[in-house]
Design a protein around this ligand. Sequence first.
Ligand code: EPU
Length: 420
Amino acid sequence: MSAIVVEGGSRLAGTVGVLGAKNAVLKEMVASLLAPGRHHITNVPAILDVELMCRVLEHTGAKVTLENHELWVVVPDEPEPVAPIELVRQMRASIVVLGPLLARCGVARVALPGGDDLGARPIEWHLGGLEQMGAEFELVHGELVGRVHGRLKGAEVELPFPSVGATENLLLAAVLAEGETRIVNAAREPEIEDLVSHLGEMGAEISGGGTSLVTVRGVESLSPADHRVIPDRLEAGTYAVAGAITGGDVTVTGCRPEHLRMELRKLEEAGCEVGRGDGWLRLAGPERPRAVDFATLPFPGFHTDMHPQLVALLAVASGTSVITENLYDARFRYVGELARMGADITVEAQHAVIRGVETLSGCPVLAPDIRAGAALVLAGLRAEGVTEVGDAAHIDRGYEDFTGRLASLGARVEHVEDAS
Ligand code: EPU
């Protein structure tokens, strides 16, 4: 098992750059399946999830090369429309191949993703929308087999909740469908807006990307494009909080502060000094943060994937914070680990009450998922002594060279393989 070992007590200062957004690039890689030929994507982070998505694409017969944050995907004329369980199990986001494979090949065999670190995570809205467009599904030995007779047909699909994955799956299917598709109550995340731009560069006709109503006029075919991925707002937010939790002063470059509006507002309420400009943001942390309350919501609300990092900060705040998690059943699994470090947090259903303590003390903890893992490292930066965050592979899924970047800001931190 790999671990990240942190020695607390350093004040972080300096400048750190971020790369392209994990949750945009993964879907943009899948978008390449919509057109044969050579696709080029830049600003691609070298993270575990991107590597896994390369395997998913290779399984369909694509040739993939990733070098210096540039990715080339060469898609064959007739992709193999299959995503096997060993890949889907490792990365649930693989399910977004369903829509494009159905649109392109008329058939798709994709392993049904089970739940994961964050809870049950069903996909009935993805399937319901694709069924409205004419797809039929059956579950055969754990594999979803989808078929379309002829071409997918445009439809009006109203999502019960603005699901990111369902919006993306439907978009990726609708671009090659016959006629017009309207996705009502679509997710408005910046990563979806970026996917819409990328699809537009490939020749798709889409309006309303980044709003609650996305309209797609299906076209006969698409062509490969050259696309630069938007910056990762979660990576940027994580480094900003890393500085703040140590009372430090960190500038993040290559990012878009307008994608972190709600999160920065809460950090300001917590006593951080926030500066922002075109492509950068700066966060200076107070000696001790103040308690704040927040609730996670789809964009433009407070992002669930910034929740654990903020809780790490509030664990050492003066006063009591109350937070509500509205996206995931199992997001609070890391709270027990923070409690081992001395945090005083009570969880009741989707609410947590955080009574700020003066100090945390380092100890061995386990990362239950990407963001909680990052948050435990941040807590370790503030804690007295040494914190060893085990199961660090979770963190590697979403952050390129997390320890190197933190060390460049003055953290005493290292990534160890074969930890106990
Ligand atoms: N949901 C259903 N049925 C569905 C689809 C979703 O009940 O058919 C529920 C989910 O179980 C969840 C909620 O709706 O409770 C929201 O899920 P959504 O579909 O919006 O999330 P996702 O597409 O599965 C993406 C990101 C997550 C991020 C969420 C929310 C990727 C690869 N993943 O997941 O990112 O938390 O949107 O913004 O884009 C991460 O990066 O650490 C991460 C977990």
